[in-house]
Write a protein that binds this ligand. Structure first.
Ligand SMILES: [Fe+2]
Length: 197
C-alpha cells in the first residue's frame, strides 16, 4: 500500500451538498379550514369540479436529497401559491379587487417515490402586489424532524430584482431556488428542481 491510499482513507466523505436556502413561510400557508378535501399533486383540477384553474400549466418536478447526496424516498412535499388572479387559498388573503379562482386548488401535497422524485401539476406562478412570482414549498425529511421551507422563483423574471426576499438571497445560493422553465410540445411549462435538506 502506498502512502496515497492511506491519505484517501482519511479524507472526509464525498461531496457534501449545500442545503437548499430557506425562505420565510409567508402569511398564507393554508390552515385546515382553508383547504379543499382534495389536496393532491394536481392543483389545476379540484376533484368533482368541472372547471380547471386559469393560468399557464406548469409541471413542477424534482428530486429530494439529503446533504450526503442520498435520494430521499417517502419525503412529503407540499406546495402552495396564489391563483392566476393573485389570491391565496387562505381566508386572511383580502387582496382587494380580485376574485379567487374557483378552479385552483391553491395547495397540494405528495410524497417522493423510491428514486426521491416528486411531481406536481400546477400553474406558472404570477406576481401579486409587492412580490415577484414564486411558489412556496415545504419538504419533510422522512425520518428526521428536518423540514425545509422555501420559495421558488422564475429564472429571468424582470420582477425578481425588485423583490426584497429574492434580493436578500445570497447570490451564490439563488440558483438553488430559481426555476428554469422549459416549454413542452403541448405548450405547457415544466421545470426540474433539486431540494437538499
Ligand atoms: Fe407568497
Amino acid at each position: 500500500m502506498t502512502g496515497l491510499a492511506g491519505w484517501t482513507g482519511l479524507r472526509p466523505a464525498l461531496a457534501a451538498l449545500t442545503p437548499t436556502v430557506r425562505q420565510t413561510e409567508g402569511p398564507f400557508y393554508p390552515r385546515e379550514q382553508d383547504l379543499f378535501a382534495d389536496r393532491d399533486n394536481d392543483l389545476v383540477k379540484i376533484r368533482d369540479r368541472v372547471i380547471e384553474a386559469g393560468g399557464e400549466i406548469l409541471y413542477f418536478r424534482g428530486i429530494v436529497k439529503d446533504t450526503k447526496g442520498h435520494r430521499l424516498s417517502g419525503a412529503r412535499v407540499e406546495i402552495w401559491q396564489c391563483d392566476a388572479n393573485g389570491r391565496y387559498l387562505h381566508g386572511a388573503d383580502k387582496a382587494s379587487g380580485t376574485e379567487r379562482d374557483g378552479g385552483f386548488q391553491g395547495f397540494g401535497s405528495t410524497r417522493t417515490d423510491a428514486d426521491g422524485r416528486f411531481s406536481f401539476r400546477t400553474i406558472k406562478p404570477v406576481s401579486y402586489p409587492g412580490r415577484t412570482p414564486h411558489i412556496h414549498a415545504k419538504f419533510f425529511h422522512p425520518v428526521s424532524n428536518n423540514v425545509l421551507t422555501t420559495q421558488y422563483y422564475i429564472d429571468g423574471d424582470p420582477q425578481n430584482d425588485r423583490d426584497g426576499l429574492y434580493r436578500r438571497l445570497p447570490t451564490n445560493l439563488r440558483a438553488q431556488v430559481t426555476m428554469k422553465l422549459v416549454a413542452n410540445d403541448a405548450g405547457e411549462w415544466q421545470t426540474d428542481i433539486e431540494a437538499v435538506l
